[in-house]
Write a protein that binds this ligand. Structure first.
Ligand SMILES: NC(=O)c1ccc[n+]([C@@H]2O[C@H](COP(=O)([O-])OP(=O)(O)OC[C@H]3O[C@@H](n4cnc5c(N)ncnc54)[C@H](O)[C@@H]3O)[C@@H](O)[C@H]2O)c1
Length: 387
């Protein structure tokens, strides 16, 4: 398997990371980009990241040189004929991706697996460009790819079972944690995580608490590594809002996924978060951000509401056969560092309690956003748990 050659198309953030992983696993890698200056930047960035590992004594100079030597920076696709797996990580644009795969299909061997790293396009829509879509699937890495253990394996409606298994084995072989997800909007992580942001913003909009208090509660009481507002500022509101908007549109405007005016206005105003110096917080040198009100009772209420909504979404992913209970929990702990799998968390809280929280919100608001998931209701009725 180690003598298999891996192709990566697109040498941006994700392409660089994927090339690094494959090369670290002793594969020869072809990394292609449409722009030659981007290839230069990618080489420089990769060398810098790896050199830091040497400085921190996590890798030897020989290892780093080996990883760099195995990556071949390519200005055309012709060498990709030697690849057994090609992972595409170009810009998130359906027409560009379709064009890439059409060109690849004319170059790669008959049994080469073709994969996309898309976050928001459907596997089916990209596969329509291919003559042989059964060897094509989604292999969705998380940023930064060499560090985040999770990879979502997403077969499309045309993907063969055999290709799905082979692809999964290859990625498992690279030491990643793979989960299997149906080709539905946001796959697992980007779907189930929506309430982490939306229910935090909703509580802020209602005036339940201010931004630092909600962040404090989610970290101190909820056990999350970052608060929702800090995390949105870190991701960038343009990126985070776009994911929310896409998931909402792709779910045929299901009100559960409705984006917020708060975040839309921030994007419109150019308050993109850390990268623009201002988001929910200020990031300048003299930034003087407000402090949280460390009210434990209020904090618990905030966390209970967000966690209940997250569990409801996790239950829906299982209910709609997007993924198994185990894979949903793995996805959220290994893909976005949640302190506990949401469905395990639900069992620990008690499903009746979770259902009560959501039902109370629904009674109060009469909004479809707060409808309890049928699987959750069914489990409560039957006295069952998720595990
Ligand atoms: N950044 C993330 O957090 C993240 C996480 C998971 C998945 N993704 C997905 O990965 C893909 C890439 O995202 P990114 O953040 O690395 O983007 P990026 O903008 O950093 O990189 C995209 C690269 O594609 C290149 N490119 C554009 N057109 C091309 C073409 N026709 N042929 C070859 N290369 C071309 C660009 O020059 C650029 O280097 C997207 O589909 C995105 O949805 C991104």
């Amino acid at each position: 398997m180690k003598d298999e050659i891996i192709g990566v198309v697109g040498a941006g953030t994700m392409g660089q990371g994927i090339a690094q992983i494959a090369s670290t696993n002793n594969h020869k890698v072809y990394l292609y980009d449409a722009y030659s200056d981007q290839l230069g930047k990618a080489k420089h960035a990769l060398r810098k990241i790896l050199q830091r590992q040497v400085e921190k004594e996590r890798m030897s100079q020989e290892e780093v040189d080996g990883i760099m030597d195995r990556i071949h920076f390519e200005e055309d696709l012709t060498d990709f004929g030697e690849c057994s797996l090609v992972i595409e990580a170009v810009v998130e644009d359906l027409e560009i991706k379709k064009d890439v795969f059409q060109r690849l299909e004319g170059i790669v061997s008959y049994d080469c697996i073709l994969a996309t790293n898309t976050s928001s396009l459907s596997i089916a829509s990209i596969s329509s460009a291919l003559k042989k879509p059964k060897r094509f699937l989604g292999i969705h890495f998380f940023n930064p790819a060499p560090i985040m253990p999770l990879v979502e394996i997403v077969p499309g409606i045309a993907t063969s079972e055999e290709i799905t298994q082979t692809a999964r084995q290859k990625i498992d072989g690279w030491g990643k944690t793979t989960v299997l997800a149906k080709d539905t909007p946001g796959f697992i992580v980007n779907r189930v995580a929506r309430p982490f942001y939306s229910e935090a913003i909703r509580q802020y909009e209602e005036g339940v608490a201010d931004v630092p208090t909600i962040d404090w509660a989610m970290k101190e009481i909820g056990g999350f590594k970052m608060g929702p507002f800090e995390l949105m500022d870190f991701i960038g509101h343009d990126v985070n809002y776009k994911v929310t908007e896409t998931v909402f549109e792709e779910f045929f405007y299901d009100p559960r996924f409705k984006p917020s005016f708060t975040q839309k206005r921030m994007v419109e105003a150019g308050w993109l978060g850390k990268k623009s110096g201002k988001g929910f917080y200020e990031y300048g040198e003299n930034a003087d951000n407000p402090k949280p009100t460390k009210d434990k009772e209020l904090g618990q209420r905030i966390v209970d509401r967000i966690v209940a909504m997250l569990i409801n979404e996790a239950a829906d992913a299982v209910f709609m056969n997007v993924a198994t209970v185990e894979d949903v929990d793995l996805a959220m702990t290994k893909g976005v560092n949640y302190p506990k799998g949401l469905l395990k968390w639900a069992d620990d809280i008690g499903l009746q309690e979770v259902l009560d929280r959501i039902s109370k919100l629904q009674t109060e608001y009469r909004e479809d956003r707060y409808r309890p998931n049928p699987l959750l209701k069914r489990k409560v009725r039957n006295g069952e748990k998720f595990y």
